[in-house]
Design a protein around this ligand. Sequence first.
Ligand SMILES: Nc1ncnc2c1ncn2[C@@H]1O[C@H](COP(=O)(O)OP(=O)(O)OP(=O)(O)O)[C@@H](O)[C@H]1O
Ligand SMILES: [Mg+2]
Length: 621
Amino acid sequence: MNEEGHVYRVSGTLVIAENVKNAKIGDVVHIGEQELLGEIVRIIGNKVAIQCFEDTTGLRPGEPVINTNKPLVAELAPGLLGQIYDGLQMPEKKLFELTENPFVRRGYKLPPLDYDKKWEFIPEFTVKKHINEYVKLEKYRVKVGDKVEEGSIIGSTQETSAIEHKIMVPYGIRGKIIDLREGKYNIKEPIATIELPDGTKKEITMLQYWPVRKPRPYREHLPLTTPLITGQRVIDVFFPIPKGGAGAIPGGFGTGKTVTLHQLARWCDADVVVYIGCGERGNEMADVIAHFPQLKDPRTGKTLSERSIFIANVSNLPVFARESSIYMGVTIAEYYRDMGYDVALMADSTSRWAEAMRDISGRLEEIPAERGFPAYLAERIASFYERSGRVVTLGHPERIGSLTIMGATSPPGGDFSEPVTSTTVRFIGTLWALDKELAFQRHFPAINWLMSFSKYAELLEKYWARKDPKFLKLREEALTVLEEAAKIEEIARIVGEKALPDDQRQILLTAEILRHGFLYQNAFHKVDTYCEPPKQIKMLSAIMQYHEWTKRLVKEGNVTIDEIRDVRISVTTPEGEVKQTLAVTELEKVRMVKGTDYIDELMDKIKEKLDELAEKHGVIL
Ligand SMILES: Nc1ncnc2c1ncn2[C@@H]1O[C@H](COP(=O)(O)OP(=O)(O)OP(=O)(O)O)[C@@H](O)[C@H]1O
Ligand SMILES: [Mg+2]
């Protein structure tokens, strides 16, 4: 009889082991001679079920199983930014260099962080102070004798040129600082000593651990009041997400989930970005590993890796490693939130994560619920999105951090009623519903403006009212036009557009300009890829102004839509040639022109021509 922990049976990546010491659910174990990593998922008498994170080929009954007695943890310290990890925090770049193949990992155990690298630790740091939506940087200095508690910041190190990494007192520790060591240290060397209330002395390093499945604690949840600015018009104007909000982007095959999430990662005004590529195609990830570190951060001109972390799980890895990537990503994101940063997390696609759950549940022979997904699917999805929020962190000084979570789902066949999408929709506040019809017409981002929503829009009203008093009215009017146009289009489908009365055709015309000139945004066009909020408002007011003018022409002057559509203005091409073009077309093209001056010029020209038309019909605009 083997009294030591050992493999009893192997079925795929599910390993049944016997006599594993002190087994608890969630404990990480080393399996077999190769020390494969696994996690205990169930205990049955003296046997345990282990989900192995790696390929179990060749593993035999009788091989040893050793309990590390620790849950799956994230290592949190300076050096995280710019990394590309898998779901177990193995650095993929290093693996790639070592194996020249991101998909071979069996047997390789690499530390998540560089334990030798020295970081300049200083007992000083800056923290954002929020006064309404204004942010001021405040400087602090820590000294021996200061009282600290869990979450208190005791100093910092400049992790990248973009991010000052705050060193925080780990969870469960409070007391008085009795030693502070300014200077260059690696993340395992002590930089401070804290005397606990019972007199024991605790050395603090720049490295701390956190079990990934457990949300990191905070003091208090705050209302969401500031939008995450993304530079994507349809999102910022119509379906905004606030800093600390949760959003979902469901879309069938090839409808633009990845491009949209990449756009958000590149352009959103978060301080730190965590991007989880969860089991998408292998070559997509290999591509990411090669290119991600060099991507330019459009705002700072430096590389994007100075403020981002990538979690990449390729589909060739066992499913369980995919399942953990969501937790790994969100834990790292919370850690930066706790420093007082605005963090944005994107997960592409959470469906792959849910499929991993289904797979594991199936192997454990649990009773399945809808479409084979486990009964706890909703609970898991809810607890993922619930880790978003805007919070007052633990410790001193008082600071606010936020974590915005945006997840894609890939409903098979584009059917949004499938369990993962329909469940996700219950727990998020912003929905960007990707429409395969729009994608087919190459209208991008293919966010359907009738099916999408933002429950946060009301919360952001105060913010917008302060920024630009016209904004809310413009948004409301534009949405109304789009909704009315949808109804009119239904009729037009039967009778034909030309048979409609001109007042209805006028609404269709505005909707068309909104679609082509505002909602459409080309991620690959050098100007259009990012639209700054003042330009968004300027564009929207121009279109809605045009709407007002043409409405009056139709109503008061009986001008036909065909006449209005035919209004031409003269423009000078970049080659210096003057030509006559349709006003509507020019209005739709402002998205590709840098800045906003051009919009004023264009509107003056359009007004002049419309005035002429008005005069002919006895109307004054
Ligand atoms: N904003 C955009 N601007 C221009 N083109 C876009 C945009 N969004 C998507 N596309 C086009 O659509 C294609 C598919 O997009 P993407 O790969 O993001 O889809 P997906 O939903 O992630 O697909 P999959 O289901 O395969 O993961 C892109 O290669 C690109 O040509
Ligand atoms: Mg994709």
